[in-house]
Each structure stands twice: as structure tokens, then as C-alpha cells.
Design a binder for this molecule. Structure first.
Ligand SMILES: Cc1cc2nc3c(=O)[nH]c(=O)nc-3n(C[C@H](O)[C@H](O)[C@H](O)COP(=O)(O)O)c2cc1C
Length: 237
């Protein structure tokens, strides 16, 4: 626990509480959220239909509510709706992906792991989706005197923000893809980001195309992903 002492600034604390839900309400909300999130899929076939910028802003603000190491909020979201920039991103991403898929840059076991998804170097969705949101990780920050300020757990923090963004987009009836064209350095140049920011993930956002299909996947069951060490009351009812 943090304690104030000589040379330390006492933290400013504010009251915090949440409405306590009855058990029934908690289950209803938990099941509703779980069922909705279970229908989330990564989409690679988008409609070109417009999505209001305000929805993207809301998703970004939801993502930016994520916890972060030492509350440093080490993320920058760049939302691109400009067709010219989207085209530049598509061409650069396809160039990198072509070299990876067909130029021998991806080892055979990686290609084999991707086979069930049917992905290749073509990324037309990067131009078709009305928005591309690129999430940058601020590897370090800057102090007021211009010196480097270390960021703690930046990667983990940005990963959590990314998850909240994906959930927020899904709740709006929109779809996205967690896209990581490798390597992603071209995004720094195209989007003119500073040196302390590293591209983390690229997220096209839009409605799924009317004829959208997705790979037929199953998800692991609870007992494959979780281990419980029950307390004295047991598993409960
Ligand atoms: C870190 C990360 C990177 C990913 N990179 C890509 C990618 O570059 N291209 C792609 O088509 N899908 C990518 N995906 C999406 C996965 O293939 C997808 O999440 C997985 O197949 C499960 O499908 P679902 O998201 O529909 O449940 C990525 C997912 C994650 C979490």
C-alpha cells in the first residue's frame, strides 16, 4: 500500500462505490454480456456503409477507460476515414503481407497455423471499411523538462485497451478485425507518429458485408481455460 512520508505526495482520494446488484440482476447482466460477446467475430469482409465518427469516438473513450500501469495511459488511437490514407495503408500492408506470405518471410509452421483461416496477403477491407483505427503504444512518455519518462507495462496496458475497444465496437453492432500486418513500421510513417509510439494493432471498423463469411471456429470450454481454487463456501449456487 502507498504511504505518504517525507518527500512523498499524499494521493488525493475520492469516494467510490457502485450500486450493489441483487444476485438475479447480476446473473441477467452477466449472461446478457457473455451471450453478446460470444457472437463477436473477426471480420475480413466489410460493407462500405458509413459509420458516424461519434461512434468511433465513443469506442475510443471506452478503450481509454482501461487500467494502465501507473495510470500512464500509454496509448494513441489514430482514426482514419480519409480514403487516400486508407489506400496508402492498404498498399503498404499488402506489400508487407505479400512478402510474408509469399516471399518466404513466414516460417512454414506459421503458414500452417493460418491455413484454417484462409487468409492471404490481399487486404481489400482496408480500403472498404469506412474507418481504420490504428492503436499505437507509447513506449515511453516525456517529462515536462523534455526528458524521457519511463512507461510501466505499456504493452499490457495497450492490450487491455484494445480488448475494450473491440468489445465496444461489437456492442454497437459493428465489426472489426485485430490486424497485425507484419512488420507494422509503415504506419508510423504514413500516420506521421512520433518516435516514442510503436504501432500495436490496426483495426478496420465497419458493418460486416451482407455476404460476409467467417471461418468456422469453436472456442475452448470453461474447463479448458479456467482453474478454480474455491473458497470455503464452495462453488456457490
Ligand atoms: C494479436 C492478434 C493478431 C491478429 N492478427 C491478425 C492478422 O494480422 N490478420 C487476420 O486476418 N487476423 C488476425 N487476428 C485475428 C485472429 O485470426 C482471430 O481473432 C482468430 O482467428 C479467432 O477468430 P475470432 O476473432 O473471430 O474469434 C489477430 C488476432 C489477434 C488477437
Amino acid at each position: 500500500m502507498e504511504e505518504s512520508g517525507p518527500g512523498r505526495v499524499a494521493p488525493r482520494l475520492v469516494p467510490y462505490s457502485r450500486p450493489r446488484l441483487g444476485a438475479a440482476d447480476a446473473f441477467v447482466r452477466a449472461r446478457e454480456f457473455r451471450a453478446d460477446m460470444a457472437t463477436r467475430r473477426s471480420v475480413r469482409m466489410f460493407s462500405a456503409d458509413a459509420v458516424p465518427r461519434e461512434l468511433i469516438e465513443l469506442a475510443i473513450m471506452t478503450a481509454a477507460s482501461a487500467p494502465s500501469g501507473a495510470h500512464q495511459q500509454p496509448w494513441t488511437f489514430v482514426a482514419v476515414g480519409d480514403p487516400t490514407i486508407k489506400q496508402r495503408i492498404r498498399l503498404a500492408a499488402e506489400e508487407e503481407e505479400r512478402r510474408s506470405y509469399e516471399g518466404g518471410r513466414m516460417p512454414p509452421d506459421w503458414l500452417a497455423a493460418l491455413e484454417p483461416l484462409g487468409t492471404d496477403w490481399h487486404k481489400p477491407f482496408l480500403e472498404i471499411a469506412p474507418w481504420i483505427v490504428v492503436l499505437f503504444e507509447q513506449v515511453h512518455g516525456w517529462s515536462t523538462d523534455g526528458t524521457v519518462r519511463k512507461h510501466y507495462y505499456a504493452r499490457e496496458s495497450v492490450g487491455i485497451a484494445c480488448g475494450l475497444f473491440i468489445a465496444a465496437i461489437h456492442r454497437m453492432g459493428l465489426a472489426t478485425l485485430t490486424h497485425t500486418p507484419s512488420p507494422m513500421g509503415f504506419l508510423t510513417g504514413i500516420l506521421e507518429r512520433p518516435k516514442n509510439e510503436r504501432p500495436f494493432v490496426l483495426l478496420p471498423v465497419g458493418y460486416p458485408a451482407v455476404d460476409c463469411t467467417v471461418p468456422d471456429l469453436t472456442r475452448k470450454a470453461l474447463d479448458e481455460v479456467a482453474v478454480f481454487v474455491d473458497g470455503p463456501t464452495g462453488p456457490g449456487t
